[in-house]
Write a protein that binds this ligand. Sequence first.
Ligand SMILES: [Fe+2]
Ligand SMILES: [Fe+2]
Length: 243
Amino acid sequence: MIVFGEGEHKVVVFRELTPPGHVQANQVLIVDHGEGLLADPGGRVVFNALVREMAPFVPPPRVRYLFFSHQDPDILGAAAVWYSALFNAKILIPAVWLRFLPHSFHEGADLEGRVVGIPDEGMEVRLGEVELRLIPAHFLHSPGNFQIYDPHLRLLYSGDLFASLFPPGVDYDFADDFDSHAKHMEFFHSRYVPTRRAIEAWLRRVEGLDIEVIVPQHGAVIRGRENVRRALDWLRSRRGYLD
Ligand SMILES: [Fe+2]
Ligand SMILES: [Fe+2]
């Protein structure tokens, strides 16, 4: 795992919990003053390990939010078990995916009062003493998709954007040599991102954000302002699948 921050505010990235044979996925826990937000906890194959690994950082009853950036199985495949395990947490899910969520639950599950649809324009979420920003990243790749900006650490949890998928035998935590790292991002961004118009809209949206760290849902973390700048430049030069 990687831990950013210290004391009352931490972002914990679990990179090693995915069993072999599954697409590697990172799970992200944000903790501020004893309260937690768990982002994109993954499918059932990760559940037991993640429950165990996150406990030292925040006890389950203190997790206030369960954030689903979009609708994929590697995001919310275990929604029903997390709903029970984190019984004081509200589920945050893009409003456009809200109506599909009950398919992950047994019939008659009481989701009323436990689920919040994130409006298309995004929203702020108070966690402990920090205001996290949910940033729209629609069509990158999902039509309803959000990222989390943590102003305290100037850290962007980017979801599938900036995902890297490593070939067998390759893995590292940090993409410190961004130029040689970028090849591992190629396939995902050329096949799953529909059009550069979505990229341009997102780049305009984050223009004013001070970002020092980008944590994607897959692969390596991009750290340092210089590498963040390179990553944004790389994205700017992309074509989507339909372009
Ligand atoms: Fe996805
Ligand atoms: Fe993903």
